[in-house]
Design a protein around this ligand. Structure first.
Ligand SMILES: [Zn+2]
Ligand SMILES: [Zn+2]
Length: 147
């Protein structure tokens, strides 16, 4: 895992104070920045500081649920600030649709641009495509314990 994170471009953004990437948000759990190839009027990525490769590495647990919930909240606040009055969408690509193997939440303020990009971020159901953040949260939400 350590070797993997050394070559990971997103880990470099998290760990390198001289990185050219302008951070829109930083805290002890996540950072946010603009997607280098914006596909919408606003297109931000929120990533965990920790190297978690993909959504497949997340489990139904308090820890993973609250991490994703926090990523979503940070994305929502950024778009609310930078692009209010527009439609916002939040979601993940499961492998093999993901571009970088470091978990990242795509945050869009619509419209998409150019238009055809909508296809890439359309939910294709349970077999692939874009996973809405709220759907992922449903999967990670800890089950009520039987008391
Ligand atoms: Zn990484
Ligand atoms: Zn992606």
């Amino acid at each position: 895992m350590a070797g993997e994170s050394q070559t990971c471009i997103f880990c470099q953004i998290v760990n390198d104070p001289n990185s050219a990437t302008r951070l829109l948000h930083t805290d002890e759990k996540v950072v946010a920045f603009q997607d280098i190839k914006p596909a919408a009027r606003r297109h931000y990525l929120v990533i965990p500081n920790e190297h978690i490769p993909t959504v497949r590495d997340l489990q139904r647990s308090d820890e993973d649920y609250s991490l994703v919930k926090h990523m979503l909240r940070v994305g929502q606040e950024l778009l609310q600030k930078d692009a209010p009055q527009t439609i916002h969408r939040f979601g993940f690509h499961p492998p093999p649709f993901n571009s970088v193997d470091h978990l990242h939440l795509h945050c869009f303020a619509l419209p998409y641009m150019p238009r055809w990009k909508v296809v890439k971020y359309k939910s294709l159901g349970p077999f692939g495509g874009f996973i809405e953040a709220e759907k992922l949260l449903e999967k990670l939400r800890p089950l009520p314990s039987n008391v």
